[in-house]
Design a protein around this ligand. Structure first.
Ligand code: NI
Length: 170
């Protein structure tokens, strides 16, 4: 297993649209294991392949308190979304230190494949629903700050660029 570098906003590679996973092989298993290790190490609850510069429709998640409920979601599609919405405070491993409110469907049902390529369905509520929608956005090249006002987004962009410059110098 290995820790993978996480792309940081506003890296243009975060806007890449991921392609479906087609090969369920050892390389995919390794990628999944590395993504879990990277996510847990960074204290995240979800990580999309896009964030580690791998542009296939693959997400790893674990929203449990105990960090023992890993979930692998491959080639997800939303089957249905509730008209009921919730507003949650979101953060992102690609936008470290920034948290803001985003409105999402409270419940989504998704169809996806597991790591063996088996078809699955899942009805997700609340935090898991938010997390799935957030990670599915990454696969479409979308970062949560794009839901914020242009003013806020530009402020975040400036802050991120400055932080990355400082990190590069040190
Ligand atoms: Ni994110």
């Amino acid at each position: 297993m290995a820790l993978l570098p996480i792309l940081c906003y506003p890296d243009p590679k975060l806007h890449t649209v991921a392609k479906p996973v087609t090969r369920f092989d050892e390389a995919l298993k390794t990628k999944i294991a590395d993504m879990f290790e990277t996510m847990y190490e960074a204290k995240g609850i979800g990580l999309a392949a896009t964030q580690v510069d791998f542009h296939e429709r693959l997400i790893v998640l674990d929203v449990s308190e105990t960090k023992d409920q890993p979930l692998v979601v491959i080639n997800p599609t939303i089957v249905s979304a509730s008209s009921q919405h919730i507003v949650g405070e979101e953060g992102c491993l690609s936008v470290p230190g920034i948290y803001d409110e985003v409105e999402r469907a409270q419940t989504v049902e998704i169809a996806y494949l597991d790591e063996q390529g088996q078809s699955k369905r899942l009805v997700a509520h609340d935090l898991l629903s938010i997390c799935i929608q957030h990670e599915m956005d990454h696969l479409m090249g979308r970062v949560f700050v794009e839901y914020l006002s242009p003013l806020k987004r530009n402020r975040i962009k400036t802050k991120m660029i400055k932080a990355q410059r400082e990190a590069a110098r040190s």
